[in-house]
Design a protein around this ligand. Structure first.
Ligand SMILES: Nc1ncnc2c1ncn2[C@@H]1O[C@H](COP(=O)(O)OP(=O)(O)O)[C@@H](O)[C@H]1O
Ligand SMILES: [Mg+2]
Length: 425
């Protein structure tokens, strides 16, 4: 197996390489081969199956976000850790950990480095080809804020980057995703039938999943039943003789998890049995609010009320929640005001992420076949959505060569001794 060491600074890289070899020696890890270099290591062809993990060296610190982005853009599902020099580790690791979602260790800690490599090695056998990079639920606590827009837009973005995506419509009142995906009568009837049975047999998933036009089979919608009477079962158990919707949701998500890279769920306007069973099963929860003080306050107040009364800690594990400030104009509310408000509420952990999605007149018109918000918006807005999607579930992207160059230049700046100017005569 291969372990990559990436650091644009040769001095740091050599030091990290020596420490890594020592960690490998002490842990008796003989089968690990170390491959080291600067960011150009990410270009070209790789034997992906052989690569177990990567250490980003102390020299990546200056451009950490870019460095992680470049690595994840090439190896979306390989584990990566940042190794810092000891001083920087002791002063900055906690703060950095809030900003980037990777393991951070000090270069002195051989045991931690070896432990990380061992874990990666043991995952190597199971990782290739395995599905399930995440169940992402998109929730709201105040109607009409853009939940369906964000859910479909993110799903489309992942599908355009070659991940297979199931977009699940759990909105019983306003099955907009079902309509957008043009889910056919037969799938909606199959949904009624399986909902009544409380189970989705694995071999029948194709009867539910409707491929969305224009996505080359990469995006399917799981739609709502045709009759509201049946849809309502998703919120409160009302169908005679049917098991609870909680049982059905567990069964459905189990199958989807095995069959798709990403599962995106629009949990809909009303909260109920399904919403509460989806939350513990999600790796990420995006709480959408729109861009004015009143909406944000209502959303946060409602969240506060729900969390206070919940007796199941897995429902509101806010460490996996992020806030999406949608239709952002910059005129009504600044992200800074919002983060102050959130901090005052003392509900979210400090590591919580706040994403903003701009108001887009073009995006507003999404809904045509194959046209989600992501397809409609202009290039700059698209890049914004891509960034959000990437930070939730990374995907392969072209690494931007200018970025590599920029880092190289930076490195050159670091190593080029300052020109000595001749003293004035
Ligand atoms: N960022 C945005 N820019 C412009 N229009 C948006 C944006 N987000 C949502 N909309 C529009 O707002 C309306 C409500 O969005 P929708 O996703 O249906 O909300 P919800 O699912 O929360 O009820 C839709 O007409 C949608 O096109
Ligand atoms: Mg909706």
């Amino acid at each position: 197996m291969l372990l990559y060491i990436i650091d644009p600074d040769t001095k740091f890289r050599d030091e990290l390489s020596a420490r890594t070899h020592e960690a490998l020696r002490q842990a008796g890890l003989k089968r690990v081969e170390v491959v080291e270099g600067d960011f150009s290591l990410l270009q070209g062809n790789h034997n992906t199956e052989e690569i177990a993990c990567c250490f980003l060296g102390p020299g990546c610190y200056e451009q950490l976000e870019d460095a992680i982005g470049m690595f994840k853009g090439v190896f979306p599902d390989k584990p990566v850790a940042l190794i810092l020099d000891n001083d920087r580790y002791s002063t900055e690791a906690v703060e950095l950990r809030r900003l980037v979602n990777i393991r951070i260790m000090p270069i002195a800690d051989l045991a931690q480095m070896a432990g990380f490599i061992l874990d990666c090695e043991s995952q190597l056998g199971t990782a290739p080809g395995s599905k399930n990079r995440g169940i992402v639920s998109v929730v709201q606590l105040k109607g009409g804020v853009g939940t369906s827009t964000i859910a479909a837009g993110l799903a489309a973005c992942w599908a355009r980057h070659d991940l297979s995506v199931a977009l699940v419509d759990f909105d019983d009142v306003n099955p907009q995703i079902t309509d957008w995906g043009r889910v056919g009568s037969s799938q909606r009837r199959a949904m009624s039938e399986m909902l009544q049975q409380g189970e989705v047999p694995k071999y029948r998933i194709n009867e539910l999943a409707h491929p969305v036009e224009g996505f080359n089979g990469k995006l399917v919608v799981i739609g709502q039943p045709e009759r509201y009477q049946e849809s309502f079962h998703f919120k409160a158990d009302i169908l005679d003789g049917a098991p609870s919707a909680a049982v059905f949701v567990n069964s459905l998500l189990n199958v989807l998890r095995d069959e798709f890279d990403v599962v995106v769920i629009d949990t809909g306007r009303s909260w109920g049995v399904t919403t509460f069973s989806v939350l513990p099963l999600s790796q990420q929860v995006l709480l959408v609010t729109d861009d004015d003080g009143m909406s944000v306050r209502r959303t946060l107040d409602n969240l506060h009320r729900l969390t206070r009364e919940s007796d199941d800690p897995s429902e509101f594990d806010l460490s996996k929640w992020s806030l999406v400030l949608n239709s952002y104009t910059g005129k009504l509310l600044s992200p800074k005001d919002l983060s102050i408000e959130i901090r005052e509420l003392d509900l979210f952990p400090d590591t919580a992420t706040l994403y903003t999605v701009p108001y887009s007149p073009l995006g507003r018109q999404w809904g045509g076949p194959g046209q989600s918000f992501y397809e409609m918006v202009d290039e700059g807005e698209k890049a914004g959505i891509r960034k959000i999607a990437f930070s939730i579930v990374p995907f392969k992207q072209e690494i931007e060569i200018p970025l590599v160059d920029k880092l190289r230049n930076k490195f050159q700046k670091l190593v080029t001794p300052p020109k000595t100017t001749a003293p004035p005569t």
